[in-house]
Ligand binder design. Sequence first.
Ligand code: NAD
Length: 414
Amino acid sequence: MEEKLNVLDIVRDQIKTVCGKLGLEPVVYELLKEPVRFHEVTFPVRMDDGSIRVFKGYRSQHNDAMGPTKGGIRFHPDVYADEVKALSMWMTFKCATLGLPYGGAKGGLIVNTKELSQGELERVSRGFIRALAPYVGPEKDIPAPDMYTTPQIMAWMMDEYDKIKGYPNPGMITGKPIAVGGSLGRSSATSRGCLFVAREAARKLGFDVKGARVVIQGFGNVGGFAAELFAEAGTKVIAIADTKGCAYDADGLDIKALEAYKKEHGSVAGFGAANLSKEEMFALECDILVPAAMENQITPEIAKNIKAKLIAEAANGPTTPEADKIINERGILVLPDILANAGGVTVSYFEWVQNLQNYYWTEEEVNAKLEVKMVQAFNDVWAMHEKYNVSMRDAAYMTAIDKVARAMKLRGWY
Ligand code: NAD
């Protein structure tokens, strides 16, 4: 039977299970299963040919008990309301796991950016933030990039918001280019954070990342930096996949050469000793597996054959719930997405802090502060994992929901 994969159902199931394990009052689940605010907006944009197109987008603000809400904006033709709600819930738990003073949010606009000219993309981006302007802001809700949105788009959105307000508001959005208030270290932060927690987990499992064999699915922003940073840390990156294939070399891939190859050929396929299928790649003998492509990649069939000791979920939702059960039964340690890829939102938080105080840090300072946050979060989740004898995924949700529930209780919400 095909596994049911409605993301909102999945995240609600996770919340319910965890509320039960923590013995929380039923009202906590009632409060967390919906966003506190959900905005649906439509706005017109003049296209290059003179016609007007009306766009529809959403912004879900899930929970603001811990602080202003925070989360990316995604531009995708398949965006739908339930997905945006689910993604905003994950952001609440990701921020809480890391101890960031934020709740979760997410935005989505129904658009295929590949069909737009640069000028149209700019007008659409400005139009969306104009429509959302009453609901976002540095002390209210702070967007960031997500799928098919870029630092350039963040700069346009900030500029539009500043025009509405009449003064600069660099802290209203993160993931900006450095020249307009972005943070050093942001672009590699997700991958660097993933490496920090993988290193801590490897130690607990009795091996060192130095000399370990790593397999990475995805060679975009996250997978690309992960490959570089894991290689710098002395691991052997033996396989890297993109949508067109998987470069494999048992002796370790030369990452710089692979980057150059991908630039020339548009894919990693054909580089190294062999080109593997997705199934072959996931079944490789290795120590660490880093899914860094997209959701629902590790299915039950794939989970049965994984040989890694550790999976660090750099992508959001790469493992289906059924596959997750199989992996747990097989005793493979999983660092869940809300921990393993939280380096990105953590440095977004640092960007916001720098914007609010108008004082900017060096890249070394950013990386050092990121390491402190990631290691602390890993230790908190590990302690929960040991105390309750649950998976790291359940432990991360328990750590997060415990914090949010306490904040809601102290505010008198229940
Ligand atoms: P990206 O678009 O830059 O890269 C995605 C990569 O995955 C590309 O190399 C693509 O070829 C590959 N890919 C896509 N489908 C694939 C498939 N079926 N098989 C093999 N490879 C495939 O995106 P990104 O920013 O690197 O994000 C990757 C994942 O990490 C997403 O799940 C995203 O939500 C998550 N994430 C990203 C950040 C961030 O800071 N960029 C932060 C947190 C989580």
